[in-house]
Design a binder for this molecule. Structure first.
Ligand code: GLN
Ligand code: ZN
Length: 782
């Protein structure tokens, strides 16, 4: 036994082989019973706990498991089910969770099950829409947004946390229940109240704390020694309401009777100016993310209160790199000197939810690369070993092995490509600039492209039908030859181009049939990327993603898209638009190396994309779209960090786009709400054309561009591709007329909101036919 303790904040629940996804989806389809689903959950929890126990983790989290989302579980625990679901109170259960997460369609419950007297579901009697989901801080995990009304009443309404605690206790584990803290819970929700749209959810705090008190005292009575309350809002800019709420909340919760002690955690960044508020919380232990919040270390250690336990988050919980023991030990030793061994806990920086489960099933990854990585299971071991090293109890050789892996990574020729480094070092200011300013380029492009007013185009992808996916799967398996796959893709592309020609799309695209995913496709064609077989991470509910790993300097050995664009251009006289993914989006949707700044990696990708842009121009492609849908989601958590990020993000884009002549038209595409706060950066990208998602907001999103007097060309989406609904010609004309009233007519394009990949041809065809005729109406109306 060491004097220090180890713990983790949470562990991935999806299973090594995505067991949770398989069971959940089978249950939704009616192919698995509720009992079978619950049994899968129980097995997964026990497997996960045993792994932690085997790794020597002292305090094991419970209630980090979820069938869908921990924030939604919290809402259910609090009895906060939106009124439109007509939930009658009592106990919520897993069916309540699925109903709120997925909505109910046409009066049918999303899950087939027996409705017991208090099963808590809506019984399939209402038809209503799901709660919204949004990104969990700056991760790619999405939580279900809590909804508040001015008359929301919270009441203890789930036994999940108690059941899971009892389950762990029965196994003899020292279990630590995990809850989302009250202030984070209120901060993450949104008001959904037609009568009182402006009410402040923090007015609900008092009643909310009543329930938290019940939960905490209940867990204490059940024997919980420690209870973890997650308050990652401490890594954000806090307002006065939040600060006051934190005081009120923890003053009350700390007085709850019972022997349980409270651990409050924050993660994903430094606490910075919130440090004093954090240290003032009257709780027994505080967790810090010393990986992303390394800037806090000295300030924290300098004034950490004598009567608290310090939990040091030192193993990065949301990336995949092996920990550097030397560097971590330096921090841990400093912490030991400041607070002593008996007040120190060793932990990952955040929940391991954001990391893939295990390296064990990565047989296809080469040993070199594998020796530089650590997924959740390996991170558990790292926490254990670091703790042992700190206490002088580690078996011989562990530190040395870690040092050897770090040295091999640092020196590896596979990671470090001198040609890439020196090329980036030689980049000069002019490489970020097009030849001429936009107004000059616009004239030259108009002369070259001779497009009509209100030119029509699409965002790139056309329906990825079952046949397209089946052909790709067969080709990957080796049952379809390269030649046959190529023939198949060419036929799909030709059909798609011919159809666009037939209906009169002014700037056609090739359809992206050769691409599985807009990041993976490029990663597979670039040097410096690796792909795992099982490196899944939960994105939301039963949807998991398998991000590429950027492990080395990025370069482009050969053209990636010219083959398809050049072929597509031979099929039509209209200008074919080339289609690329931008550097920031590629970075944002990958696991990124931690041995150099993200800005450097992004610029390397920018250079690789630049080469592709130039090559597309060489083969005769006159318009090239560089998609950057992820620029906004890369925004740092703190406002004061935005400028730095936007500067390098915009520069990386400009580097990728600026290698071409004036008369080559550069497009970009973004699809999300809220442009207001980044409109300057979007303008600085200086794309000749930007296409955006606006149809659902009824063109409200355009306001940012109008207020800013956005100078370049713009295609506000007129077709909501997230819905199977076919928009009419009239409504598209109406939307574009709204745009024309506020923006120069010569700058406007007509296009859908986003790619058509997820739609079926039977919806896409009439929708685009309507879109083309809408454009013709607009041209005719002078
Ligand atoms: N070109 C991509 C497509 O059409 C863009 C997708 C996106 O913006 N997410 O699929
Ligand atoms: Zn999009």
């Amino acid at each position: 036994m060491t004097q220090t303790k180890t713990h983790i904040l949470g562990y991935p629940r999806i299973g090594e082989q995505r067991e949770l996804k398989k069971a959940t989806e089978a249950y939704w389809k009616g192919k698995l019973s509720l009992d079978e689903l619950l049994a899968t959950g129980k097995t997964l929890r026990q497997t996960n706990w045993k792994k932690q126990q085997a790794a020597g983790i002292d305090l094991i989290p419970v209630n980090d498991f979820s069938f869908y989302d921990q924030t939604l579980d919290m809402s259910c625990l609090l009895g906060n089910v939106p009124p439109r679901f007509q939930w009658k109170g009592g106990q919520t259960d897993v069916n309540t969770v699925f109903t709120v997460a997925r909505g109910t369609q046409g009066g049918a419950s999303p899950v087939a099950h027996e409705h017991g007297a208090d099963c808590g579901c809506t019984g399939g009697k209402v038809s209503t829409y799901a709660s919204e989901m949004t990104k969990w801080f700056d991760t790619n995990y999405h939580y279900i947004v809590p909804e508040f009304q001015s008359d929301t009443k919270f009441a203890l309404s789930s036994s999940k946390v108690f059941d899971e605690f009892a389950e762990a206790k029965a196994l003899g584990l020292n279990a630590k229940p995990v809850l989302i803290g009250p202030v984070t819970y209120l901060s993450l929700g949104k008001v959904q109240d037609a009568k009182n749209p402006d009410f402040d959810p923090f007015t609900l705090l008092g009643n909310l704390l009543d329930v938290y008190e019940q939960v905490i005292s209940g867990l204490a009575a059940a024997g919980a020694e420690w209870i973890q309350l997650d308050e990652p809002v401490f890594s954000l800019d806090l307002n006065d309401t939040q600060r006051a709420a934190l005081k009120t909340a923890y003053n009350r919760l700390s007085k709850v009777k019972g022997s349980a002690r409270l651990l409050v955690t924050t993660y994903f960044g430094g606490v910075r100016d919130n440090l004093d508020a954090y240290l003032a919380l009257p709780v027994q232990a505080l967790h810090f993310d010393f990986v992303r919040g390394a800037e806090d270390i000295d300030a924290v250690l300098g004034k950490f209160p004598k009567d608290r336990i310090l939990s040091v988050g030192i193993v990065e919980g949301r990336n995949i790199w092996k920990n550097n023991f030397d560097a971590s030990l330096a921090v841990l030793e400093k912490a030991r000197a400041a607070v002593g061994l008996d007040r120190l806990w060793v932990a990952p920086s955040c929940s391991l939810l954001h990391s893939p489960v295990t390296l064990r099933n990565e047989g296809a990854l080469d040993e070199d690369l594998k020796s530089w990585l650590a997924f959740a299971d390996e991170k558990l071991l790292e926490v254990g070993v670091l703790n042992a090293l700190l206490n002088g109890l580690a078996p011989k050789g562990l530190l040395e092995a870690n040092q050897a892996a770090a040295a091999s990574r640092k020196a590896s020729k596979r990671i470090h490509n001198e040609a890439v480094k020196s090329r980036l070092a030689a980049v000069s200011a002019s490489d970020y600039e097009r030849g001429s300013v936009f107004t000059v380029r616009q004239q030259k492009q108009a002369a070259k492209l001779s497009l009509p007013e209100f030119p029509t185009t699409t965002i790139g992808s056309f329906p990825q039908t079952a046949e397209v996916r089946a052909a790709r799967a067969q080709w990957k398996k080796g049952t379809l030859s390269d030649a046959d796959y190529d023939r198949f893709l060419k036929a799909e592309t030709a059909r798609c181009v011919a159809w666009q020609d037939e209906i009169g799309i002014d700037m056609p695209v090739h359809g992206e049939f050769e691409r599985n995913d807009m990041v993976e496709y490029f990663g597979e064609n670039l040097q410096g990327f690796a792909f795992t077989s099982n490196g899944w991470v939960q994105s939301y509910g039963s949807r998991y993603v398998k991000p590429p790993v950027i492990f080395g300097d990025v370069s482009r050995p050969k053209p990636m898209t010219t083959y398809w664009s050049e072929y597509a251009q031979t099929l039509t006289h209209r200008p074919m638009k080339g289609m690329l993914t931008g550097p920031v989006t590629i970075l944002q949707w990958s696991f990124v190396r931690d041995d150099q700044p993200r800005s450097v990696t992004t610029h390397q990708i920018g250079l690789a994309i630049r080469d592709e842009v130039v090559d597309l121009e060489k083969v005769g492609i006159a318009a090239i779209q560089i998609d950057e849908p992820a620029i906004r989601e890369g925004l740092p958590l703190r406002r004061s960090d935005w400028k730095d990020y936007l500067d390098w993000a915009v520069n990386a884009f400009r580097l990728s786009a600026s290698g071409v002549k004036d008369d080559t038209q550069i497009h970009t595409h973004m699809c999300y709400a809220e442009f207001n706060d980044i409109i300057q950066a979007i303008a600085d990208m200086d794309a000749d054309v930007i296409t955006i998602e606006t149809s659902r907001s009824n063109m409200e999103l355009l306001e940012a561009f109008v207020g800013f007097q956005y100078p370049n060309e713009i295609g506000p989406g007129v077709y909501d591709i997230h819905s199977p609904r076919v928009p009419t010609e009239e409504e598209m004309v109406r939307l574009m007329s709204k745009a024309e009233a506020v923006l120069p007519r010569r700058n406007l394009w007509v296009n859908p909101d986003c790619g058509l990949k997820t739609r079926g041809w039977e919806e896409v065809k009439p929708s685009l036919i309507h879109m083309v005729s809408a454009a013709k109406k607009l041209r005719a109306a002078k």
